[in-house]
Design a binder for this molecule. Structure first.
Ligand SMILES: Nc1ncnc2c1ncn2[C@@H]1O[C@H](COP(=O)(O)OP(=O)(O)O)[C@@H](O)[C@H]1O
Ligand SMILES: [Mg+2]
Length: 399
């Protein structure tokens, strides 16, 4: 099957569209990446998404849902053009959508409270504009089965990237998640969880430190030249999420704008309003926090299972200072995906293409050890391509 995977992550940097060809069955999946592109969010669209995440009103959310469907459909067309594939020859689309809110079970402080998640990007619009069936809304079924709804990449991590040796696949998007992938052919259970913030806090700090000019700390430049505040770092490391046993997941609801607001209120010496140096130190301290929490999670839960290397993907792999700080904290080699043949930017979009394929094959795509769900579930909702081929008739069906 030829499948496009669509993803717009919590970093709100752009739509990732990956076109893959995939065949086989679990344990023997054969696939390759045929084309990939990112359509960066233009300022106005980005502002609408970020606004919806913070104080979306019903009308705004509703319109954004429809518009995102249009924009995702455009991205499908673009990636097919790049690949030289007519839309009519595309079999399936897997659309993760844009997460507006994600709350794991118990997140509201009430342990019995079930999880809830909302991804926007109307699949009917994507199917209507492309004429291709869409699988969307991957997280809800896992959550209905008492899971965290995240991380969902572990199934693809195992079936697309298992190597001759065990390894840790670390994706640093807005949040950071890790999967311990046993050697190919092993039936050892997976371990996968969110370690905490990925780029989210660093991006927020860089934005504040530059008076809104910068979206991220390019190549870790500010963090490298700033001073880490050791007392603040120690205090931040005490956040209960970092000590919590896996499975666990988190999001901008915890490590986002509110977190940064509180941090600079409590530590005015790190408030960019206090000057250029304070801004740099804020970026440096949050980069150190991100690297430390990732390295500690690897050392505590992942590497003891045996892993010959850590492979970093996601936008965080493009921040050499962050990668270096993580490498200093672990005892195995840390390599970026590019070094081992895994496309750093495409990996998540590829995972949702693979999960859409799993859906139409009837294969469960969640990993209950990773999400905490009651059991394996086929993930996603199916939106057919277009007009039905034959009118439905009870009589014709015979029963
Ligand atoms: N050259 C770079 N230097 C530092 N950070 C970068 C660079 N390129 C990308 N990034 C980071 O990657 C992020 C996007 O990562 P991505 O994996 O797309 O996250 P998400 O899945 O949340 O969309 C940006 O917000 C930025 O923090
Ligand atoms: Mg992104």
């Amino acid at each position: 099957m030829r499948v496009v995977g669509l993803m717009s992550g919590t970093s709100v940097d752009g739509i990732d569209a990956a076109l893959i060809e995939i065949a086989g069955e679990p344990g023997r999946v054969v696939w390759h990446l045929r084309a990939f592109l990112t359509v960066p969010w233009a300022g106005e669209r980005r502002a609408r998404i970020q606004d919806a995440m913070i104080h979306g009103d019903p009308a705004g959310l509703c319109r954004l849902h429809a518009d995102l469907g249009e924009w995702f459909a455009d991205a499908v067309r673009e990636v097919c053009t790049v690949a030289g594939l007519p839309l009519a020859e595309l079999d399936l689309i897997g659309s993760h959508g844009q997460t507006i809110w994600h709350e794991p079970p118990g997140a509201s402080g009430v342990l019995a409270r079930r999880g809830a998640t909302l991804q926007l990007g109307d699949p009917a619009t994507i199917a209507e504009r492309t004429g291709v069936p869409v699988v969307s809304d991957f997280r809800t079924r896992d959550m209905a089965a008492a899971g965290q709804g995240a991380p969902l990449v572990p199934w693809a991590d195992r079936h697309l990237y298992a190597a001759g040796h065990a390894r840790a696949l670390l994706n640093i998007g807005g949040m950071a998640n890790v999967t311990h992938v046993p050697p190919a052919g092993s039936d050892e259970p997976l371990l996968a969880f969110d370690t905490g913030p990925g780029n989210a806090l660093i991006d927020g700090a860089a934005e504040r430190a530059s008076g809104g000019r910068l979206r991220y700390d390019a190549d870790g430049g500010r963090a490298r030249t700033g001073r880490v505040d050791p007392a603040v770092l120690e205090a931040l490391l005490r956040h209960p999420f970092f000590a919590q046993e896996p499975p666990k997941s988190t999001g901008r609801e915890v490590f986002g704008r509110g977190y940064l607001d509180e941090l600079v209120r409590e530590h005015p010496a790190l408030d960019p309003a206090a000057g250029e140096t304070a801004g740099r130190d804020l970026v440096a301290t949050l980069t150190a926090l991100t690297a430390r929490t990732i390295a500690q999670a690897l050392a505590r839960w992942v590497l003891p299972r045996g892993a010959g290397e850590v492979v970093v993907t996601g936008g965080g792999a493009r921040n050499p200072w962050l990668v270096e700080l993580i490498a200093r904290g672990v005892r195995v080699p840390v390599r970026t995906g590019d070094e081992v043949g895994i496309d750093v930017d495409a990996k998540e979009a590829v995972a949702f293409a693979a999960l859409a394929w799993a859906h139409v094959c009837g294969i469960p795509g969640n990993v209950p050890e990773a999400t905490g769900a009651r059991g394996p579930r086929v993930l996603g909702s199916y939106t057919p391509a277009g007009a039905p081929r034959a009118p439905f008739s009870r009589a014709a069906g015979g029963t």
